[in-house]
Write a protein that binds this ligand. Structure first.
Ligand SMILES: Cc1ncc(COP(=O)(O)O)c(C=O)c1O
Length: 448
């Protein structure tokens, strides 16, 4: 039976968790902090639960530099639950804003009686003619999100700003040029999936066209389920970011929403369910209401505090590992990506990289390059072979990548000083010898 340390696992999610976090969590599951009760047995209404939630929120805010005018929510229902929650909540925000605009146009002051029939007529007209939710469809998850919106509010209110399949021969691949995007005016939200897990399509950065320009700003929503914590995000440009914990933050069971407070009461009221019903718009389950979850500090109903605890432990690990917070993790993520792409690139007959960009390929052309991060040395080099007795002395260049992991304790202090004798814990070498073996076979068969 293999041990954890022998496994190199690339599952997107649920993904690997740090072993030290799992060990701490395992102990907490049996007896949390000497209370005699396991963490999964403690009430979500207890002080200790509130502390775990508050600490995890504060650490996430610190790690990602989440500004004060954003609220962090722990929810349930996964990324898929958010496909629906974003629609319910942001359509309601759109209706409320539209209502306020109509009241202003009718000259009705705040707090005064509203001629309901007039308001309803105007609002219904606005909904019928103007309500749009914009989706950038760049892969299967954003497609699913747009399909959920269509199911909830009807196709007439869903605008596909761009559909990547149209520029990639029916398949997902390149993100269509921003100049071709068909954005609606005042959409309830512009939704995109920052990293399409299945299709391997990641937005290289925040779309230029959606950047705040000082006027009426678009409400930008992003699904970051599979790339959160892998790079710095310009949070200020987003109205809402969500992600399930199970890929990059913790264990399955909680979903994180980072939402601008201007989309929550008291900044914007939630329209009455009766109004939404009259307008023919859907009313979401109360557990998907951002207002309700925010008002109750994520503890409206029974939340898995154990999962929040795991996420909190991961964050504490990250904060201790990367003094420069998510920037440090981004540097490591970029190195890992290069290593994996190099290994894939070494097998062009087996793997075709649909979205690789030229700068990634260039890295293979270097001779020997070495990089160091914490207890890991990354080495990439090209090795040139000549098969002995080859009459043509044919040069065969192999691209090689090595990852040397030093013993965390013994290696301390050695890495970073440029040299030293760390104790090697694990060595991974990515090399494809088949071109050399192929040449040997060719020569054995008498070929040239
Ligand atoms: C980008 C993205 N969004 C949403 C989801 C759906 O998440 P969940 O399974 O938590 O509903 C996934 C799941 O893999 C995903 O990769």
């Amino acid at each position: 039976m293999p041990g954890r340390e022998e496994i190199t696992y690339f599952g997107a999610g649920p993904a690997l968790l740090p072993t030290n976090v799992l060990k701490t969590a395992a102990a907490a599951l049996v007896n949390y902090n000497g209370t005699g009760l396991g963490l999964a047995e403690h009430s979500h209404r207890s002080e200790l639960a509130t502390n775990i939630v508050n600490t995890a929120k504060a650490d996430l805010a610190k790690y990602l530099d989440v500004p004060d005018d954003y609220e962090i929510l722990f929810m349930q229902g996964g990324g898929s639950g958010e496909f629906s929650a974003t629609v319910y909540n942001l359509v309601a925000v759109w209706v409320e804003k539209r209502k306020q605009k109509i009241l202003k146009e009718l000259g009705i002051e705040a707090g005064k009686d509203i001629p309901e029939d007039v308001l309803l007529k105007e609002l219904q007209k606005a909904v019928d003619e103007e309500l749009k939710i914009d989706y950038l469809v760049t892969g299967s998850w954003s497609l699913k999100a747009s399909q959920e919106a269509t199911r909830l509010v009807g196709a007439e209110h869903v605008n596909l700003v761009a559909d990547a399949r149209k520029v990639n021969d029916g398949k997902f691949g390149k993100i269509p040029e921003e100049s071709s995007w068909k954005l609606s005016k005042n959409a309830a939200m512009v939704y995109f999936c920052d990293n399409e897990t299945v299709d391997g399509v990641e937005f290289p950065g925040f779309p230029e066209i959606l950047k705040p320009s000082g006027g009426e700003e678009p409400i930008v929503v992003a699904d970051m389920s599979s790339n959160i914590l892998s790079r710095r995000i310009p949070i200020k440009n987003f109205s809402l970011i969500f992600f399930g914990a199970q890929k990059n933050l913790g264990s399955t069971g909680i979903t994180v929403v980072i939402i601008k407070k201007s989309l929550l009461p008291p900044a914007v009221a939630t329209p009455a369910p009766t109004l939404l019903r009259k307008l023919g718009l859907p009313i979401g389950p109360i557990v998907l209401s951002y207002e309700t979850i925010a008002k109750n500090n994520s503890l409206y109903n029974t939340l898995s505090i154990f999962d929040v605890f795991i996420a909190g432990q991961v964050l504490q690990n990250l904060l201790a590992t990367f003094p420069d917070k998510v920037d440090g993790q981004q540097a490591v993520a970029e190195k890992k990506a290069k290593l994996i792409y190099a290994a894939l690139d070494a097998h062009p007959e087996s793997y075709k990289l649909a979205n690789i960009d030229e700068s990634e390929k260039l890295f293979l052309k270097g001779a020997v390059e070495q990089d160091v991060a914490k207890n890991t040395i990354y080495l990439r080099c090209d090795i040139t072979y000549i098969v002995s007795n080859d009459p043509e002395n044919k040069k065969i260049t192999l691209h090689t990548v090595g990852i040397f992991t030093l013993d965390a304790v013994a290696g301390k202090g050695l890495i970073g000083e440029g040299e030293g004798e760390g104790i090697m814990e694990k060595i991974e070498v990515y090399i494809d010898l088949s071109p050399v073996l192929g040449r040997v076979e060719e020569l054995n068969a008498g070929g040239k």
